[in-house]
Structure formats: C-alpha cells, structure tokens
Design a protein. Sequence first.
Lengths: 208, 208, 242, 218, 218
Amino acid sequence: MTLVVDALSCARGGVPILTGVGFALAPGEGLVLRGPNGSGKTTLLRALAGLTPPVAGRIDAPEDAIAYAGHADGLKAQLSVAENLTFWAGVFGGRDISAAVEGFDLAGLLDRRAGNLSAGQKRRLSLARLLVTGRPIWCLDEPTVSLDTQNVARFGAAVRGHLDAGGIAVIATHIDLGLEDVQSLDITPFIARTERQSADPFLSGGAL
Amino acid sequence: MTLVVDALSCARGGVPILTGVGFALAPGEGLVLRGPNGSGKTTLLRALAGLTPPVAGRIDAPEDAIAYAGHADGLKAQLSVAENLTFWAGVFGGRDISAAVEGFDLAGLLDRRAGNLSAGQKRRLSLARLLVTGRPIWCLDEPTVSLDTQNVARFGAAVRGHLDAGGIAVIATHIDLGLEDVQSLDITPFIARTERQSADPFLSGGAL
Amino acid sequence: MSIWEYANPRKFMALSGAVLPWVSAAAAIVLVGGLIWGFFFTPDDFRQGSTVKIIYLHVPAAIMATSVWFMMLVTSLIWLIRRHHVSALAAKAAAPVGMVFTLIGLFTGAVWGQPMWGSWWEWDPRLTAFLILFLFYLGYIALWEAVENPDAAADLTSVLCLVGTVFAVISRYAILFWNQGLHQGASLSMDAEENVADVFAYPLWTSIGGFFLLFLALVLYRTRTEIRARRLQALVQRERMA
Amino acid sequence: MKGLLLRDLRLAFRAGGGFGLGLAFFLIVTVLMPFGIGPETATLARIAPGILWIGALLACLLSLDRIFALDWEDGSLDLLATAPLPLEAVAAVKALAHWITTGLPLVALSPVLAVLLNLPAEGFPWLIASLTLGTPALSAIGSFGAALTVGLRRGGLLMSLLVLPLYVPTLIFGAEAVRRGADGLDAATPLALLAGVTLATLAAMPFAAAAALRVNLR
Amino acid sequence: MKGLLLRDLRLAFRAGGGFGLGLAFFLIVTVLMPFGIGPETATLARIAPGILWIGALLACLLSLDRIFALDWEDGSLDLLATAPLPLEAVAAVKALAHWITTGLPLVALSPVLAVLLNLPAEGFPWLIASLTLGTPALSAIGSFGAALTVGLRRGGLLMSLLVLPLYVPTLIFGAEAVRRGADGLDAATPLALLAGVTLATLAAMPFAAAAALRVNLR
Ligand code: HEM
Ligand SMILES: Nc1ncnc2c1ncn2[C@@H]1O[C@H](COP(=O)(O)OP(=O)(O)OP(=O)(O)O)[C@@H](O)[C@H]1O
Ligand SMILES: Nc1ncnc2c1ncn2[C@@H]1O[C@H](COP(=O)(O)OP(=O)(O)OP(=O)(O)O)[C@@H](O)[C@H]1O
Ligand SMILES: [Mg+2]
Ligand SMILES: [Mg+2]
C-alpha cells in the first residue's frame, strides 16, 4: 500500500491552482504540506481524498483507503460525543471507539452534546474520528487549529502511532507538529502560473 | 478610556464557567488570554463584547467601544472582499478601508468573492474588518487560526499599531504572537469549581 | 414575607408538596361528582335529547383551554419582569395541559356537532378561533422543545406568548368578520333570559369547578416535575464539569 | 442603516441570493393548484382570491430564513449586535429588505397569476391593493419568527409553525377584500382593517424581533 | 447503512430535529385554506382532495433540506462520500429516513384534516391509500432535488422550484384518486398509475441523487 502522486494538476471553480505536484509515500511515511495562505493545500488534499477530480495527472492509492479531515468538523451538534464517534465507527465497519476516546482524552466529554463543546474540544472529537475509521491513509487539513499545546502533542502522538503501525499521513499545517523524521513538502513551486498552459478549453488555441 | 473587569462570573447555557475574573487595562495595554481548550476564553470574550450578559461582577468600558472577532469569520460569501469591508466600514461610520487593505495585504484580492478565498485569506479579511471599525477595544478570539507565519507577523504588527495608537486589545490565543511587553493572563485559576457556591437557584438549598 | 418567596424553587416545592394531595383529592371528588350528576341525574333536553350531556365535558374544557393560555400569559410576564424561574416553569408545565383541554373541547364539540349540525366540523367562528388557539399551543410547546438553553427558551417562549396573545385576540375578531357562525352563544351569562335552565347549570358549574381543580393539580404536579428535571440537569452538569 | 439595507438588497440580487425564487414559488404553487383541485373554471375562479393570497403568503414564508439565519451562521449577526446600530433598527431594516425583494415582486406578479386562475376583472384592483397593504405585515411578522428561531439548526419548519398562526388576520382581511371585490361588493372595510393590522405590526414587530435576537445571541 | 438510518432517525427525533414540524405545517396549511377560500362547506368539500394533497406535498417539500443540507454544512457529507458506503446507498437511506419521519406521519394525520375539510366519507380509504403510495415518491424525488442544491447557501427555495414540477405526476394521480373515490367513482386506475410512478422513482432517484451529490462535492 503506497500513495503515489504524479504530475497532478488541480483546479478550483475552473481556476487552475496547482500543476505538476508529485510525491510518493510508502507505509510508515508522513508528509507535511507547507505553503503560504492561498497556495493550494486544501485544494490538493481534497483531490487526494477523491472529492475534487484532478484536472490532469495521477493519484495512485488503494481504493477506500483514505480518511479525510477538512476545515469543517463534520460533527452533529445535536448528538453526544459518544454518539458521534459510534456513528462514524459504524459507517467504517463497527470498530470500537475506546482507542479514539483514549487517544484524545475524550472520556470526560462522552455524553456532552457536541454542539456545546468549545472550539478545541470539537476539533479533538473530529480528530478522534480518524482513529475509528481504521483507514491507512490520512489526509488532514490544518488539524491543529484551535488546539492548545497539550492537545497538539496528543495529536502528534496519534500521528506517530498511526505511522508506526504502517499508516500514511499527509498533513497541511502552518505550525510545527513536533514530528521529526517526517518529510515536508513546500507546494509553492507548484502554484499554477498563468503563463503555463491552462487546461481551460476556452483559453487554449488562438483568438476566437 | 480603560477596560476594567471586576469579579466577573460567566456562564454558558446555565453552566457556570468562570468566576472571579478581574483585570484592568489602560490605553496602550494589551492582554493575552491563555488557558487550555475548554477553559472559557471564548465565554469571557463574548461577555466582554456584551453578547452574553455576565452572571455576576462588573465590566467597565465606555459604551460602543468594543470590536469583537470570534471563531466565525462574519463574511458574506457572495460579496467581494471590497464590498465586505466597505459594508462594515459603513456600519461603523464610514471610515475608509485603505488602511485595512494595506495592513493585511488584501489589495490583490479586493474583487474576489469572499466565498472563494482560502481559509487563511478569509481570516485576514475578517481581521482587516477590525481596522475599519475604528473601535478602541479589540476582543479577539484565536485571531491567528489558519494564518501562515508571515500573516501572523502582519497581525502582530496591526495589534502593535493599535496599542501604540492608544488602543486596548484582549486576545485569546494558543500560539505565540510575538508581542513583547504585553501582559498575559492564564484563566485556569478562574475556572468555576463546583464546590464554590453556584448562582443556579436549582442547585442552592437542600434536596427537593 | 412576600408572595414572591414562593418563586424560590425550594419554597415552592415545600408548599406545593403540602397542598398537592388535597388539591388532587378535591379535583377527583368534584370532577367525578359533577360529571355523574350531569350525566345521570339531569333530564334530557327537549330538542337535543341525551346528546346535551356532552356539555358537561365540552364547556368546562373549552373554558379551561382559554383560561390556561391566560395563566401562561401572566406567568410569562412574571418571568420577563421578575425572572422567577418557577414562574417560567409553570408556564411550560401548563402548556400541554392547556393543549389537551383544547383537544378535548375540539373533540367533544365535533362529536356534538355530528347530531346537531349534521357534520363533524363547521368553519364556525368560535370553533375556528379554538383551532387557532390549538395552533398557538403547538407552536409554544414546539419552541420550548427546540431551544436547548432553559433560560433562553423561557425568554423566547414568553415573548412568543405575549405576541401570540395579541394576535389570538385579533384573529378572534378577524374570524367573526369572516364568518358569522352557528355556534351557541353564551349560555352561562348573567342574563337570565339566555341562561340554560338551572337543572343543567348547577352540575355544569360543578364540573367546571372540577376541571379547574384538575388543572390546578396537573400544573402543580408538572411544575414539580419540571423543577426536579431542572435540578437533575444542573446536578448532572455539575458532575460533568467537575 | 442605509449600508445595511443596500447590502441586504445586493445580497438578494447576487447569484444564489434567492431573489426571484419567491416569485417562482408563488408561480408554481398557483399552477399546481389546478392539478390538485381539478380544472373546472368556475371552481377555480371562486377560490382564486384565496389561492393567490395563500400562495403569496407561502412564498413570503419560505424566504423568511434569509432575514437573519445567514447572518447568524457566518457570525455577522454577532458583529452587527456589537455595532453602533440599535438592534431594533437592524431588525426593521432587514424586514424592509425582505419586503422589497419578496413582497413587492409578488404584488407585481399577482395579476398575471390571477388571469391564470380566471379571477373576475373586478377583483384585480383589490388584489393589488390588498397585497400591497398586506405583504409588509407578512415581512414584519416574519422577521419576528425568524428572530425567534435564528439559533436553531432546522429552524425553517419551526418558524413556519410559529409564524403561520400569526398570519391569520392578515390573510383573512386580505383574501376577504379580494373576494368581495371580485363579487362586486364593497371591499373597503376589510381593506381598512388590513391596513390597521399592517400598521400595528410595523410599529410593534421590530421591538419583539430585537428582543428575541438579544436572547438568541447570548 | 443501518447505522446511518438510525442516526438520521435519531437526529430527527432529537430536540430541534424537526420531527413533527412537518405534521404541524400540514395542519396549519390545511387550516389556513378556508381563511383564504371562505367558509362554505360545499366548496371546501369539493376541493378537499386537492388541498390535502397539496398540503402533504408542501410539508414534504419543506422538510427536504434536512436530507443533505445539514450534513453538507458540518462537513459530514465529505466524510460520508469517502466512507465505504456507495453514495447511492447513502442517498437511498437518507430518503427512507425522510419518509419515515415525514411521509408516514402525514399519512396518519391526513384523516383528521380530511374531517376538518368535510371530505365525504367514501374518500377516506382512497386518501390514505393514495398518500401511502405517493409519499415515498415525494421523498425520493425530493432527495434528488436536495442533492442538486446541496452546496447552495439559500438552496431551500431553489430546491422547491426544481422539485415542484417533478411532483406534478404524483400530485395529479394522487389527488385524482381521492377525488374519484370521494365522488364514489372507480379510483383504481389513478391509484395504479400512482404506484407505477412511485416504483419508477424509487428505482431511479438514488442514482440521480448520488450523481448530483458527486458533482456538488467536487
Ligand atoms: C368541534 C366543535 C366545537 C368546538 C371547538 C367548540 C368550542 C367551544 C368553545 C371555545 C366554547 C366556549 C367556552 C367559553 O369560553 O365560554 C364553547 C362553548 C359551548 N359550546 Fe361549543 N364547540 C364545538 C361544538 C359545539 C356544538 C356542536 C355544540 C352544540 C350545539 C356546542 C355547544 C356549546 C355550548 C352550549 C357552549 C357553552 C356556551 C357558553 O357557555 O359560552 N359546541 N364551545
Ligand atoms: N471556488 C473557488 N474558485 C476560485 N478560486 C478558489 C476557489 N476556492 C479557492 N480558490 C483559490 O484557490 C487558492 C488555493 O486555495 P486553498 O484553499 O487550496 O488554499 P490553502 O493552501 O488551503 O490556504 P489556507 O492556508 O489559507 O487554508 C486560493 O488562492 C483561493 O483563493
Ligand atoms: N452552550 C453550552 N452549554 C454548556 N457548556 C458549554 C456551552 N458552550 C460551551 N460550553 C463549555 O464551556 C467551557 C468553556 O468553553 P469556551 O468555548 O469558552 O472555551 P475556550 O476557552 O474558548 O476553549 P477553546 O480553546 O477550545 O476555544 C467548555 O468546557 C465548553 O464545553
Ligand atoms: Mg486551506
Ligand atoms: Mg474558544
């Protein structure tokens, strides 16, 4: 199981954002995506997760192997923390949630309504969801937003554990996660310049 | 113009969160609120902004002096960046937006739809809004979420400028903003302990 | 000691706990007594036959249905002005009772309408206004259910109750304008000409009294439950925060 | 104030802003009626005033959630509440924007739909007059309902439940005016009553709406 | 799958989940009609089948946004799309949950409202039969409309616009069955046609809805 990305081009709303992105990750390898605001990290991660089809290039990953966590939390405000986790566990094949609860110290919050959590508590819950998916490839978009230092460390430990168990992780972030020996990729060089050939059929060719 | 908070108690949804918070800020002084996730920073800032009435205690601030920026961005996805800023400038008395545009380097984005911005770009826009309010007291809840390092520095400069111009700022954050000589307050000691007397009439008194 | 003391949950629990058994007993006796008197010891009406006996359920239920809304209005005002929690909870507790009275009124009316007017339902002003009242009860209860923070729910429902009352009154007159109806006028007015015969009136008054006592007992009982639920919620939340 | 009104109008006219959808809904409900009720012209003409009024009312109702819900979700309402505008003015301006983008177009479209439903010619002036007088009340009452339910995720249906009973007087007087007008009777009385209801609503509702908003913002 | 169904049902029954509001809306629309149309029993009885069907249809319509919109907003839909369930199954399960929480209660309430509108006694069995057969189609078609508009902020009204024309066949056959039934005529033919429409919709709509969802998730 590997994740290979080759000459990938992505667009958002018809605007080319990234071109020629390529990397390969073997089991146990992580990749930290870096780049200034608006460079295209979210766009790339959504393409990896299969949500936005790429304009060109290739994403090679086993089917049904990717777990995605984006800017939004994906929580149901009306359900309790435990119900939220159990639901996602059920969707991904009924694993048990105790590891996730432990990994993000949610035991004390289990029967609080998700809507009443603070921003950081919500974020912890949505990260815990990754653990119950049991998926080997994690695509995470700024996972540490709103987390305090202790919880950032907890998250780092969770990623570490996932990689050590043979998982893969692609993480877009602006802060230091404290993960040594993890490669990092600056996506600035891949930002689509307008001079480059665009995929838009209305631009290619001469004047109309 | 000062901001004085005295023996303040705050509750959320009837649950006491903080008790006995007190501090005083003179013009030019900033305060960084610190505390782990779920400690009550958001709750305190909403009380300062006048959105949640406090359970007990006193908040002394001139009327109509506080500008609040919360976890949500407060942007209209359908309006352009310029329209969003102009609108808020109008609401707060028609100041001009050029300083805000410059302070957060929005010139290149002015006629993009706010809905098509990346997370960090949105955040910059919502911070720029603070500059157009012209209000002297800023209450900011994790303002640097999603910002890259360069933009965090920009934000730091904006706060510095605001303080130097005689403003006041109360900022909840988990990261280091690079603002020296600004006091910081850990709110952990103020977290409402259950042993303390609660204001809830349903808890006072013996068994029912 | 002022009357507002009883707005303290604990005081209220003590007082209501003491009177509740008496009120319940009185309600049972008066209600059952009134209904039996009405059903079995009054003559049949010369025009309506024995169907007239529905009056002992219908009229008290109808009168109570409007009175309960009025009581909710008063307690809502008390909450808005003096912020006594028991007052808000009493309004919350009364609403389903009032809704059930409204339903009983509608249902008995429908059953009565079948022999009297030949149809289960007529768009008569009074019936229609009653149906609107039912809708107001529904909305009020739904709002209580939907808002999670109890104090916010109390505030919002109180505002709704005030606005709703005004609109209910306007609707009543609007409906009169829209349709002049079939329904009985006031039969228990002070005007002796229009009054029903005494044989019917005495048991009717008794069952109205019975319905009122029943309402009182139910509201006390439900308010106590609401207070306990709130206390339980507060305790659970305190546990969790610890 | 003016800025807020302009912004709300601009938002409504922007793509995805929902302007025109109220109209389209009005159109479709009116067109669906004959499918449900059957095509006899006489029946349709008789019930046309009612159908038109109810269609307009539902179209108004369905667009109410844009008064506050979007501003709540993206945090603008928090900011507006801390802005130097009284919340009552915010509520009033937003109800006005709603009326301009929904009520007014409904009035303009109604004669066309009246033709579809064979409303007698005498009814047309009364239809337009009653809708012009009545729709502001629908927007004002609606702003109160929207304010009550603004914090709730699925507020739309609950809002309908709360608002529809409040619409009863407006509906009765409005439809009655058209009905009398179409029958050639005197329709001035219901119209005057309708105007009275509208004035009272316009005066009172911004305060009720602002009170509800304050509670929901806590 | 079962987990998803249970979650959706649980969400609907939770406080603020909107269960029962569809019913209340149905009730209110039916009650409002006479205010618009006038109180004459004969007229009302004549149009009762149409009013009841249109009321049920609108109540369904207004609760459609809970099929996908909330899951979209909080990001759950992104996650469901990457989960090991086919998106078609997700769409079908969500339409089923919608029917259980909206369509079924509507069927149960309809006889009561039929009494209010003086529907002749012969019409009752046909009313219940036609609604039972027709409401699943309303939910299925609705899930497609909801999927089409899921990414739009103010999708509710646009969705109504897209969905209402698709509801026309169901409405025609359903209301016709009740009308014939109430008149004592043979109503089996429209009922059979209604069943045909429903079956076809149930078979096709989950695929259409899933396709629309995929596009909107891009
Ligand atoms: C569903 C149908 C009906 C409803 C909703 C209904 C509702 C009401 C209401 C609201 C009242 C007023 C009580 C008050 O506040 O004074 C009332 C009283 C009364 N109703 Fe009905 N009614 C219905 C059918 C009938 C029928 C069919 C009859 C008999 C012909 C009837 C006879 C009476 C009488 C005699 C009173 C007492 C009048 C008074 O004391 O003011 N009702 N009903
Ligand atoms: N729907 C859209 N249409 C056009 N351009 C878009 C759209 N969505 C995003 N963009 C643009 O695409 C670029 C990349 O956005 P993306 O969200 O991927 O950035 P990012 O690297 O995640 O930034 P951040 O760190 O701020 O989250 C940005 O310049 C953004 O303005
Ligand atoms: N509506 C509510 N009802 C009950 N408790 C709530 C409610 N909202 C928040 N809380 C609780 O109040 C506490 C303080 O929340 P708050 O949002 O102020 O924390 P915070 O310091 O801002 O945290 P973070 O850094 O995660 O944003 C948390 O424990 C939270 O779970
Ligand atoms: Mg991003
Ligand atoms: Mg916070």
